[in-house]
Design a protein around this ligand. Structure first.
Ligand code: CTP
Length: 406
């Protein structure tokens, strides 16, 4: 069946790329209906979008004729996917706050369909704490927010903030339709180089917590949100790597271009990791449960009985096993979540587990589940301490370091 996209074109210079996106979608057999914001109309005209999409273009909430023919609620629901490209800082802020003050934002609030946002803005706006917060909110609300490309910008500055290339947005659209994350090759960035740096490399990433069952309804878990591991997987894919993400239970969308394998227990994670080999590098970010219980077949009842004792046994150390395996990836990176003597423990952990690098962080504050991370990179050459950074940025920096090493 023909897939239908509702494309919301926001007000940014990158709006011209929406024209190419429509063309590519049509070529791929996807029907496109466009909504153009007031800002967007400064950059492209409704006529251009109508001609390319071969559909009516909607611009205002207050058009009686449009509303009579196709109410805005219907417009927000008849598509299979809502795509916002370019998603400006303002549009994303309104989406995150649930503001509905024009046709685009009203549709975004009224829709019951998946939403994919392709951001484009000045680098400072992208890196601003308010935008970081809004992107994190949107992602935790289930919106897929693509990473912008890095490169020279229309405003003369350089950095992340360019709209991903239309081919990359199309790949993300198709991966949403397939329901399954595909091993799509990540697109190149505007500079034509960054997206190539890890082309041809397979990188394994573990992320999230594990759930160790106690009985059919209870389990042992930890506070890991999976955000740091997902940010790393996304950043690696953006550099062109083929990424397998073995993930514990988390509430995060799969980053574009990443093949995700969902598991629950440490044992399942160990099996999935073994199956994903060979790999050129492995980044073990998961907070693997150290112990598992002998799970009862039926729900444990509390009536009369004393509280049950949990008989725990140790889980396999996946990182240590991988580092010693005959199929060891060339570069093995572990994480060390510590609450005290961070560098000392991490240095010892690197030796003990046989990892090449350890990324150590102090989790005594609000790191687990939070937006930012202060990490120390421990290698054979010593320790490098990074300033406090958003988890996305930690992911990007680490991905660049991996690309340098490979
Ligand atoms: N790890 C793993 N398998 C385990 C436990 C940990 O692969 N069963 C990996 C994690 O993914 C991480 C690293 O080992 O990359 C360190 O995890 P951490 O929990 O800090 O280390 P532990 O070995 O559990 O040490 P401790 O809890 O004693 O600090």
């Amino acid at each position: 069946m023909t897939k239908r996209v509702l494309l919301i074109v926001g007000g940014g210079i990158a709006a011209y790329k929406a024209c190419e996106l429509i063309r590519l979608c049509r070529k791929a057999g996807i029907e496109v209906k466009c909504v153009l914001t007031a800002g967007g109309q400064h950059f492209v005209t409704p006529m251009t979008l109508a001609a390319l999409s071969e559909n009516q273009v909607y611009t205002t909430l207050w058009d009686l004729k449009d509303e009579a023919e196709m109410g805005h609620i219907q417009l927000s629901r008849e598509a299979d996917l809502v795509v916002v490209a370019p998603a400006t800082a303002d549009l994303m802020a309104k989406m995150a706050a649930g503001i509905a003050d024009d046709l685009a934002t009203t549709l975004l609030l009224a829709t019951d369909k998946p939403v994919l946002a392709a951001p484009a803005m000045n680098v400072r706006m992208w890196q601003h704490a308010a935008t970081r917060r809004n992107v994190a909110t949107l992602r935790s609300d289930g919106v897929t927010v693509l990473e912008p490309d890095e490169g020279p910008m229309a405003c003369g500055e350089y950095g992340p903030g360019r709209l991903p290339e239309p081919e990359a947005i199309l790949a993300a659209i198709q991966s949403q339709f397939s329901g399954q994350p595909e091993l799509v090759e990540s697109p190149s960035t505007g500079s034509g180089q960054a997206g190539e740096r890890l082309r041809g490399k397979h990188i394994l990433v573990t992320a999230g917590p594990t759930h160790e069952p106690i009985d059919p309804v209870r389990y042992i878990a930890n506070r890991s949100s999976g955000r740091q591991g997902y940010a790393i997987a996304g950043a690696l894919a953006a550099l062109g790597a083929k990424v397998t993400l073995v993930s514990g239970p988390v509430a995060l969308p799969t980053p574009p271009g990443v093949a995700r394998v969902d598991i629950e227990t440490a044992q399942e994670m160990a099996n999935a990791v073994a199956q994903a080999l060979p790999a050129d590098a492995a980044v073990m970010v998961a907070a693997v449960g150290d112990w598992r219980a002998e799970a009862a077949d039926q729900k444990i009842k509390k009536e009369g009985a004393a509280p049950p004792r949990l008989d725990l046994s140790e889980n396999p150390d996946i990182l240590a096993m991988l580092a010693k395996s005959p199929h060891r990836p060339g570069l093995v990176i572990g994480f060390a979540a510590e609450t005290e003597r961070v560098i000392e423990h991490a240095t010892a952990k690197r030796e003990r587990k046989g990892a090449d690098w350890i990324v150590a962080n102090d989790v005594s504050g609000d790191v687990m589940g939070g937006e930012a991370n202060t990490v120390h990179l421990v290698t054979s050459g010593g320790v490098e301490s990074w300033e406090k950074l958003p988890k996305d940025e930690v992911g990007r920096r680490l991905a660049e370091r991996i690309a340098d090493a490979l």
